[in-house]
Design a protein. Structure first.
Length: 170
């Protein structure tokens, strides 16, 4: 599983003149875009949003812990996704999660190091883009473990069309 198949990656640069459609990087025809993503990651130019793992309160699957957290399956998916991020390298990455249990559990499963939980990664209505830009440090990638609503919010504010539905762990 390639990290780009499960993570929505948004490139934010000052030179961005017109937003392009967010591609599905899992499709074979997008190999050149995957290569471009890897180059951007190496330069610290990437903002990656990851939706939390499968919710316990919306399934009958075995829960990892509290009902507002993720399932055991969600933890497994998050661990695999975290492995892919670690393969790309995290030395130049700032990682945040929302304060909600499901996002914190997902971040804990993905990353070996502690992940700082911040309110803005969940309370994103009307300000997700400005908050992302506030926290994006030049030369460092930004990874946010967040929620589908915030992913939708960022796309809307950037006027980036997509046909992607953000499933758990996307």
């Amino acid at each position: 599983m390639i990290v780009v198949a499960t993570a929505l990656t948004v490139f934010i640069t000052l030179q961005l003149l017109a937003p392009a459609s967010a591609p599905n990087l899992a499709l074979p025809g997008n190999a050149s875009r995957v290569q471009a993503l890897n180059l951007s990651w190496a330069k610290g130019d990437v903002v990656a949003l990851v939706r939390h793992g499968e919710r316990c309160d919306r399934t009958s699957t075995l829960c990892l812990g509290p009902e507002d957290g993720i399932t055991v399956h969600g933890e497994s998916v998050a661990q695999a996704l975290g492995y892919e991020f670690r393969q790309m390298g995290l030395a130049h990455a700032d990682i945040y999660s929302s304060l909600l249990t499901r996002s914190r559990q997902t971040a804990d499963a993905m990353f070996v190091r502690p992940v700082e939980a911040q309110d803005w990664v969940f309370n994103c209505r009307g300000k997700m883009l400005s908050d992302v830009l506030k926290h994006k440090v030049p030369g460092r990638n930004l990874v946010l473990v967040t929620h589908s609503e915030c992913m939708d919010e960022l796309e809307s504010q950037m006027h980036v069309p997509t046909e992607t539905t953000f499933s758990y762990g996307a």
